[in-house]
Design a protein around this ligand. Structure first.
Ligand code: NAD
Length: 365
């Protein structure tokens, strides 16, 4: 039995954001490992919805609950008494955050506060992994990888909200869930996870480069590219999700030990440096798998979007033995294959499960 299956089988997992893109992949992976998933989210927004395509409404304990409501959120967590919590729910879009800054801070910062506060009422040991983003770092646009000791920051409201979310996690860990006090005043093991843009089948959101590419290719139109020179650490969605799962597992490993204390902290889950590519390179690789064209639609008046940003993943390697599995080309090929086969009427759930199983064979050694 794989180590992940061994750990997660039969565990009660509270997963916020389970109706979203990453949350739907995470739900499917956790169910595949034999976990009981208690989802807390808003109704799925996308059309088509990946969540509905995977029929997750019937396969999880499904709660439609706004995390801005602290009382109702706490009630669900208290009744669930989870073994593990993965917090993915967020307003995750940069451009939307410029139009809706209050909603973005409210959801991303106070939503996280509400969840962490709900954990204070738990009676049993619980591991919690809070998902932020590579954008939580103060982006100085320097040509070196950011490591976990770099300061938090954020230019746009989304990035700043995630930087603030990291500060909230750090504060709760020091004030209420201090590793030195484990087993005395609390039984919570708390870490955060920072990953960059992810790609993968089933993302139907608007205003994201890969879904936009897939939609325009399916319509036989050239792909409009807003920011071709922007460089991002591209990775398949299964890469950070695998990191979150390993982190959740390590948080339960010998609580109180020195290694465990180091694990109660923030982790980067980025791709190998060779996957730090421009949007232009991303689009050109997509076009090797699904023929079509792209056109430069750079807008000189566009709102500020961060440029170069990549992550050091040495800490995840050292403490979690986590390394990326699918390089840039594999990540794109798997993604485009998913959309192409789905457009040819393949069952989205079968496509998704087969990619999870293929990935796990390489990942969960
Ligand atoms: N997709 C990426 O490339 C990427 C990159 C870095 C970090 N992240 C982070 O990963 C997480 C998941 O992102 P995603 O791409 O799946 O986003 P998504 O928009 O597909 O899903 C967001 C989820 O959060 C839920 N949610 C939003 N507001 C809520 C609220 N007020 N109450 C309860 N639930 C709420 C939604 O219902 C949905 O389930 C987010 O925290 C995001 O910041 C994503």
């Amino acid at each position: 039995m794989s180590s992940l299956r061994n750990h997660y089988a039969g565990k009660k997992v509270v997963l916020t954001g389970h109706t979203g893109f990453k949350g739907s992949w995470m739900s499917e992976w956790l169910l595949n490992l034999g976990a009981d998933v208690v989802g807390i989210s808003l109704e799925p927004q996308d059309n088509p919805s990946f969540f509905e395509q995977l029929n997750l409404r019937d396969r999880t304990e499904h709660h439609i609950q706004d995390i801005r409501d602290s009382v109702k959120l706490a009630e669900i967590v208290k009744v669930a008494q989870p073994d593990i919590v993965f917090h993915l729910a967020a307003q995750p879009l940069v451009r939307y955050s410029y139009d809706h800054p209050v909603e973005t801070f409210d959801t991303n910062v106070m939503g996280t506060v509400h969840l962490l506060d709900a954990l204070r009422t738990l009676e049993n040991p619980c591991e919690a992994v809070i998902i932020t983003t590579d954008k939580c770092y103060e982006n100085k646009e320097v040509d070196r990888p950011y490591d976990e000791e770099d300061p938090m920051g954020g230019y746009d409201p989304y990035s700043a909200s995630k930087g603030a979310c990291e500060l909230v996690v750090s504060s709760y860990r020091r004030s209420f869930f201090h590793p030195d006090d484990y087993g005395k005043s609390h039984q919570i093991s708390l870490a955060s996870a920072r990953a960059g843009n992810v790609i993968g089948g089933g993302d139907w959101a608007l205003d994201r480069i890969v879904p936009d590419c897939m939609r325009t290719l399916a319509e036989g139109k050239p792909i409009p590219v807003r920011n071709p020179v922007a460089t991002r650490p591209w990775q398949h969605v299964l890469e950070p999700l695998g990191g979150y799962l390993v982190l959740g597992m390590k948080l339960a490993d010998h609580p109180g030990s020195n290694v465990w204390k180091e694990v109660c902290s923030g982790f980067n889950f980025g791709p190998d440096p060779e996957s730090n590519r421009s949007v232009k390179e991303l689009v050109e690789q997509i076009l090797t798998c699904w023929s079509g064209a792209w056109e430069d639609q750079s807008d000189p008046n566009a709102v500020h979007e961060a440029g170069l940003l990549n992550l050091s993943i040495q800490k995840a390697d050292r403490l979690l033995n986590w390394q990326p599995v699918w390089q840039f080309d594999s990540a794109i090929n798997q993604t485009v294959t998913w959309y192409k086969r789905a457009s040819e009427d393949a069952d989205p759930r079968e496509l998704t499960v087969s990619q999870i199983v293929e990935y796990m064979e390489l990942f969960d050694r």
